[in-house]
Design a protein around this ligand. Structure first.
Ligand SMILES: Cc1ncc(COP(=O)(O)O)c(C=O)c1O
Length: 389
């Protein structure tokens, strides 16, 4: 009997080793891992550069208090700001902490300019921003908030894809709009560039902040460092996590100079956030992602993967409804519940994970090889065939 609480519906399967795109059980059974910790292991399992970075740092220094300067954190912050819209970074340890911090930064900004009544955050109904009390209330989903006490105030919601509703929900109390440019848990729903552009315009017109949650879709996952870059816009605040640690827990909130001014000493903190060990791994991830050709390979592999998946879809139109996603955050939407299909992929040693709207989520490492994509395609094709028969 496990002493772990039952908050996860875990499979009776465990692994004791990982290498690149593959996981191995204790008895040596090999699985093609296209979950990668849900978009966490951006460079696959036990990437040599990350192993080197963590080994090197673990022999020097693991943790010091944020009341001292941490050069490793300065370096990662410098890398993040030099490659993005941001001028300042606060480090955390997870995605939910990063989205919470993003909400705090937005509210504190308006407080700092004498507009403390502007404190409400407008989110998409049934979105996903993490599991803390504030984050579940930001999601506006009954499934996530049920049983967790009084609703936390300060959040409003609009319907996905409904700009009329979005405009209607903005009031004089709205501080920010917070959205995921690609809704991961929601079913790999990509918000089109024209829509992000329009939302940016609305934020400018109403003088409110734009928070783009890139926890799942950021750090190269879309083929660009941040997925919103396709829309050619600039956000005010961006929470990140998952991929930036390559498997080591890191969260962060990135922000412009304007809003960062509000975050004076004492306004936010984290014991573990920004520790030298985590920062060294994050820096190594950044170095790999910005190596010449890395992101263009994500794009070319994605193009191939999507076009091959669409061929399978045309062969099996009664099974597959739609191929979704960009970069290497992909989804196969089925006409029916996806549970059995995912089980069958697993039986064929391909690991995938569910998302909303009957979607099978596919999240290979960003450095996946074409022959590994081919292996996955063969298995997906085989499982479709077995349904047809
Ligand atoms: C868009 C988004 N935001 C926030 C989170 C929460 O991240 P974490 O589980 O690290 O708290 C997730 C996790 O899946 C996510 O996909």
């Amino acid at each position: 009997m496990s002493s772990l609480a039952k908050n996860y519906n875990r499979r009776d399967l465990s692994f004791n080793r990982g290498k690149g795109s593959f996981l191995y059980t204790k008895s040596g059974v090999k699985y093609l891992d296209f979950v990668q910790g849900i978009a966490v292991n951006s460079l696959g399992h036990t990437n040599p550069s990350l192993v080197k970075a963590i080994n090197k740092q673990s022999n020097k220094l693991w943790h010091v208090s944020n009341s001292f300067k941490i050069p490793e954190g300065e370096e990662l912050a410098r890398k993040l700001t030099s490659k993005t819209f941001a001028n300042a970074v606060i480090f955390q340890n997870s995605g939910a902490e990063a989205t919470e911090a993003a909400i705090k930064v937005a509210r504190r900004y308006f407080y700092s300019i004498g507009q403390s009544k502007k404190n409400r955050i407008l989110c998409i109904k049934n979105s996903f921003h993490g599991r803390t009390i504030a984050a579940i209330n930001a999601s506006g989903s009954k499934k996530m908030t049920e049983g967790f006490g009084p609703k936390v105030g300060g959040f409003d919601h609009f319907e996905f894809g409904n700009h009329m509703d979005l405009k209607k929900k903005i009031t004089s109390k709205t501080a920010a709009i917070m959205i995921e440019p690609i809704m991961g848990e929601g079913g790999i729903k990509v918000i089109p560039s024209w829509c992000l552009k329009e939302i940016r315009k609305i934020c400018d017109k109403k003088k409110i902040l734009l928070i783009l949650d890139e926890v799942q879709c950021g750090i190269g996952r879309s083929g660009k460092f941040f997925s919103y870059e396709y829309a050619n816009i600039k956000p005010d605040i961006v929470p990140i996590a998952k991929g930036i640690g390559g498997g080591f827990p890191i969260g962060a909130v990135l922000m412009t100079k304007k809003v960062s001014k509000a975050m004076i000493p004492g306004t936010h903190g984290s014991t573990f956030g920004g520790n030298p060990l985590a920062m060294s791994v994050g820096s190594a991830v950044m170095d790999e992602i910005f190596k010449k050709g890395f992101l263009s390979r994500v794009k070319s592999n994605s193009k191939y993967f999507i076009s091959e998946l669409n061929k399978i879809k045309s062969k099996f139109p009664k099974i597959i409804k739609e191929i979704r996603g960009i970069g290497l955050i992909l989804g196969i939407q089925l006409h029916h519940d996806q549970t059995k299909f995912i089980d069958n992929l697993l039986k064929n040693k391909l690991l995938t994970i569910r998302a909303g709207e009957n979607v099978i989520r596919i999240l290979p490492p960003l450095n996946v090889k074409k022959k590994e994509i081919d292996m996955a395609l063969e298995i997906i094709n085989k499982v479709c065939n077995s349904y047809e028969n």
